[in-house]
Structure formats: structure tokens, C-alpha cells
Ligand binder design. Structure first.
Ligand code: ADP
Length: 542
């Protein structure tokens, strides 16, 4: 008996139990052995010489299975069919089918190749296994069938016909088609978006890359597969990316929208910025099998933001410049108009005493203008300086020198100035002249804003490894608003400019202390006094 595995499966599906299955095999075996095939249709419609009981059993069994089963004679005429096949062919009775060939159900041109294949089968005995047939004009709509045809032989081994089994794979085909369509759609989308999308395996090798990635890497779909970042960039950068991806795959923690800068040397054209997202990919067992990455280019956005910042910076610069010009003009205008008035009076008055007073006033204002210009030059020099030449300087000594220099101002106001320190060797690395200027400006203010008989205390100590200099006065003090502005250039609480000073003393002191890597803090209470705290890094030998 020469039954194919397909045929055996069909027979097993027909049988309701093992006994029926064995019985069917015996029957088929008998058909095969006896091969009592007849070209004439018997009364029962049988073409094989079977007992009525056997024939019925076979027919019932085959009728119940959901695959088309049919038998054809040597001239490819249908001689046996099951119901599934009848239905598949859009027929309602066996009479419409038996004795006919495919030519009567399909167009000749379509039936011809099948006919020829069947004739070859019957001549050679070589079965046709799992051949796919597309039937677009089927009465049940376009159908796909998977057909297997095998020869049937008589007891002399001569081929007397064929048994055909068609499995309807339309559903599967339609599902495959829609899957393919979906895949095509997805590919079209992935390849037409500007983002770089890629999938890498557990060893960070490219498995898939979209068109945008391929263009960027100057690669093709075929050549990129299996490559790593080491093939496209310098080893150091590739190693960093590799370690990052391995970390994602080991921990399962995705990288989301991280901003990356890729210099022109790498992109081989211009500097570029990307937002990079990399997420782990899981296999069907739930294990991480790779990563999917999306690089979104944000170069134009970053450049626009930079240009905006530069524009804002420029605007701020020109605003500062115009404020500066307004402030400076104000500072110059007052002495100039005093000088103008004094000159006018001197020219028009014959009174020698008066002339002397006004000449003195002119001299004072000229000095003030000189001081202003000198302060401006000093401030401008400090602005341009980033580094200063330093050497170890004893803080108490510098402060002592400054207090001595201010002796006359101190004694005029009868102030009590006390310098306290628990360690007069405390040293900082400083530009001695500049540091002296900073202390002078703070001390000068303390003297100026402290009423007669008041006290100024300068305390130098070491706190948390830093040198702390506290300059405390019992002067007029400052409101919160004043404190907030004292380091702004030209700011003075005295809007009328009736006191000396240009509002540059503290901004200059701050700039100097910052050049020494230090800071200034202020505490003050109106009517009680002020405390300026200068903090500088301590210098220790070795
Ligand atoms: P100026 O040379 O005009 O004093 P500064 O920059 O030195 O300019 O100080 C700015 C302002 O800070 C002063 O005009 C004053 O209002 C306030 N100020 C500074 N030091 C003191 C102080 N010790 N006591 C009270 N007010 C002070």
C-alpha cells in the first residue's frame, strides 16, 4: 500500500476511533490491491469494487472531514468526491461533478496546466505535494488551496487514477497578506520618517536600520546588519555607547530623550544634536534580546535656542551699556554743572573772597571727576581680569594698613575702631594691592555711614577652613531693598548724590574678592548698623 503521510492523516481524521481507522486502512489497502477500478459508474455511484458497507463507511468518513478529497480517473475526470470538495467547487450534488474534468469548471487556459500536471503524475507516478493554487474566480470568492495529489494503482501496480486532497488555506493566506500589508505599511512609515530607528541584538550589533539611519551611517540594509558602532565611529565613543546599551539590556532601564551632541568631525559635515531614546526589546520568553533605538535630530531647535540666547545676551549687554551710560552721565553731570556755575560766578564777581570760595569748589569737583574716572578705569580693569598674580598675604596685616590709612577720617568722626583676631598669622593667597582696595572700600563705607562716636570692629578668624573677616559698624544700617542692590554698579541709597562716593566701591570689592575665589555676605538693620562678612580660602604652606 503506498499512502502518503498526508493521506494517512486524512484517514485518521475521518475515523471516529482506532478500529474505524484500521478498518479504513484495510479498505484503502483493498482498493489499492484489487484496483478494481471501473470506467462505468455503478448503481450506487461507486467506481471501485467495494462492498456496499465498506464503500459507505469510506464515503461517510471522508465526507465529514474539512479538507477537499476527490478521486480522478486516468483522464482526470472526477470519480469520487467528499462534501467539502463539492462545496468548495460551488456544487450541490455529485452528479454535477462526476465524469467531468476541471475544464468544465474553470477557463480552459487555467485548467490546462493542472490537467497537464495530473497527466504527468499519472505517467510518472511522482506525487504532487503541497502545491499552492490560487483560485481568484471561485464561487466562494478568491481562494487559496494547498493541494496534494497522489497516484492510485491497481493490483498490477498500474496507475488508474489519482487521489487529491485540497486544504483551504484562504484564511491563513489572507492573514499572511494583511500581515505583509501591515509590515509594508510599517516599513514605509519607518523608512519615511526622519528619525533614525534601529534595532540591535544583545551584543549591540545592528539587526535592522531604517533608511534615515542607513543614510547617516553611509551604509546599506545588507551591509549594516551585524555591524556595531565600532564600525562607524572612534573606539572611545563607540565603547561609551556600547556600555550604555549593555547597561540598558542588563537592567531593563530604558534611556529616554537623552540629548546627544555629535561633532562635525563625526557627522562628516556639521555639528548635530539628537534626542536619543533606547528601550530594551524582549523575546517571547520575556528575556531581553536587544534594544530598539530612536535618534531624533534636534539640531535646528538647538541652534534656534542658541541664537535666541545670544540675542538675549546681546540685548542684555546693550541694556547694561545704556544703563551704564545713563548712570555715568549722571555722575559726571553734577560736578560739571557745579564747575560751570562756579566759573560763571568767578567771572562775573569782583568779590575776591567769593572768587576764592568758588575756585576752591571748582578744585573739589575736578578732584571728584578725577576720582570718578580713576574708579571707572579700575572697575574696567577688574572686569577684564580673569586671573590675578597672587602671593601669600597675612590678612590682619593688610587690614591694619588700611585702618592706618583711614586714620584721619576715623579721628574726624571720633570713631572707635577695633581690630580683633585670635590668629594674626591667618594667610590668604592674594594680590595685596587689590585685596587692600576691597577692605578699604568696605571700611570706608563703615566710616562714612557710621555717625560720630560710633564703633567699627574688624574681626579676623578661621571658620570651616576658611578665613572669615567680619567688618561690623554701628552705623545707619540698610533696608532689605538697599542690601539687595548694593553690589549693583552706581547704586547709592542717597539718590540726591549729596554724600561722596559713586556707587562703585562695593561692586569693585565684590569683583576683587571673587577674583580671589571668595565671597561677601551682608547683614544689616536700619538704625543699628551693618555687618560685612568676607570669606576667603585659607592659604597653608605645602
Ligand atoms: P558708595 O561709594 O556710594 O558708598 P558703595 O558701592 O560703596 O558706593 O556702596 C553702595 C551703597 O551701599 C551706599 O551708597 C550705601 O547706601 C550702602 N552702604 C554701603 N556700606 C554701608 C554701610 N556700612 N552702612 C550703610 N550703608 C552702606
Amino acid at each position: 500500500m503506498s499512502l502518503t503521510s498526508e493521506q494517512l492523516t486524512v484517514i485518521r481524521e475521518c475515523a471516529k476511533d482506532e478500529t474505524s481507522y484500521q478498518k479504513l486502512l484495510t479498505l484503502i489497502g483493498e482498493i489499492d490491491e484489487r484496483g478494481s477500478y471501473s470506467e462505468s459508474v455503478s448503481e450506487e455511484g461507486h467506481f471501485f469494487d467495494l462492498s456496499a458497507e465498506d464503500s459507505n463507511l469510506l464515503r461517510n468518513a471522508i465526507n465529514t472531514i474539512p479538507v477537499s478529497v476527490y478521486v480522478k480517473d486516468r483522464k482526470s475526470r472526477f470519480v469520487l468526491t467528499n462534501n467539502t470538495n463539492l462545496h468548495q467547487m460551488g456544487l450541490s450534488s455529485v452528479e454535477e461533478l462526476y465524469g467531468k474534468t476541471d475544464f468544465e469548471f474553470t477557463k480552459g487556459s487555467e485548467a490546462q496546466p493542472y490537467y497537464e500536471a495530473e497527466q504527468t503524475l499519472m505517467q510518472t507516478g511522482v506525487p504532487i505535494i503541497d502545491f499552492e493554487i490560487h483560485d481568484p474566480a471561485s464561487p466562494n470568492g478568491p481562494q487559496w488551496l494547498l493541494t496534494t495529489k497522489a497516484p492510485i494503482r491497481n493490483q498490477n501496480g498500474e496507475i488508474v487514477g489519482l487521489i487529491g486532497i485540497n486544504r483551504n488555506i484562504t484564511k491563513q493566506k489572507l492573514a499572511e497578506q494583511s500581515l505583509a500589508e501591515e509590515r509594508n505599511l510599517l516599513n514605509t512609515i519607518i523608512n519615511n520618517i526622519w528619525d533614525k530607528i534601529y534595532i540591535k541584538d544583545r551584543q549591540s550589533r545592528f539587526i535592522m536600520a531604517n533608511a534615515s539611519t542607513l543614510t547617516a551611517q553611509r551604509s546599506t540594509r545588507e551591509t549594516i546588519v551585524g555591524k556595531t558602532d565600532f564600525d562607524f565611529m572612534d573606539a572611545e565613543r563607540a565603547q561609551r555607547l556600547y556600555e550604555q546599551e549593555q547597561h540598558i539590556m542588563e537592567t531593563g532601564e530604558a534611556l529616554v530623550n537623552e540629548e546627544w551632541f555629535v561633532p562635525a568631525s563625526l557627522t562628516r559635515d556639521v555639528d548635530r544634536w539628537f534626542l536619543v531614546t533606547k528601550v530594551p526589546v524582549y523575546d517571547e520568553r520575556g528575556a531581553i534580546s536587544g534594544i530598539v533605538g530612536i535618534n531624533r535630530e534636534i539640531t535646528s531647535r538647538v541652534i534656534a535656542a542658541k541664537q535666541k540666547a545670544e540675542l538675549e545676551f546681546e540685548r542684555e549687554r546693550s541694556r547694561i551699556l545704556s544703563d551704564f551710560i545713563a548712570d555715568i552721565s549722571h555722575e559726571f553731570r553734577t560736578p560739571i554743572s557745579i564747575i560751570q556755575t562756579a566759573i560763571y560766578i568767578c567771572e562775573n564777581s569782583q568779590n575776591a573772597e567769593k572768587q576764592e570760595v568758588y575756585t576752591q569748589r571748582i578744585s573739589e569737583q575736578v578732584n571728584r571727576l578725577k576720582e570718578l574716572v580713576e574708579s571707572l578705569i579700575s572697575m574696567s580693569r577688574l572686569d577684564q581680569q580673569d586671573n590675578i598674580t597672587v602671593r601669600p598675604v597675612r590678612v590682619s596685616q593688610t587690614i591694619g594698613i588700611m585702618i592706618t590709612r583711614l586714620h584721619s577720617e576715623i579721628s574726624v568722626k571720633n570713631l572707635h575702631v577695633e581690630q580683633i583676631t585670635d590668629d594674626d598669622t591667618l594667610t590668604v593667597e592674594a594680590h595685596e594691592v587689590l585685596l587692600g582696595t576691597a577692605f578699604n572700600n568696605i571700611l570706608n563705607n563703615a566710616i562714612r555711614y557710621t555717625p560720630e562716636g560710633g564703633t567699627i570692629e574688624v574681626n579676623t578668624t578661621l571658620r570651616s577652613g576658611k578665613v572669615l573677616i567680619e567688618i561690623c559698624d554701628t552705623g545707619i544700617g540698610m533696608s532689605e531693598e538697599v542690601i539687595a542692590n548694593i553690589f549693583t554698579r552706581f547704586y547709592r541709597e542717597d539718590k540726591m548724590r549729596s554724600t561722596s562716593g559713586f556707587g562703585l566701591g562695593l561692586p569693585m570689592a565684590l569683583r576683587i574678592i571673587e577674583l580671589h575665589k571668595g565671597s561677601i555676605e551682608v547683614e544689616s538693620t536700619v538704625g543699628e548698623g551693618s555687618l560685612f562678612r568676607v570669606i576667603l580660602p585659607q592659604y597653608t604652606e605645602g
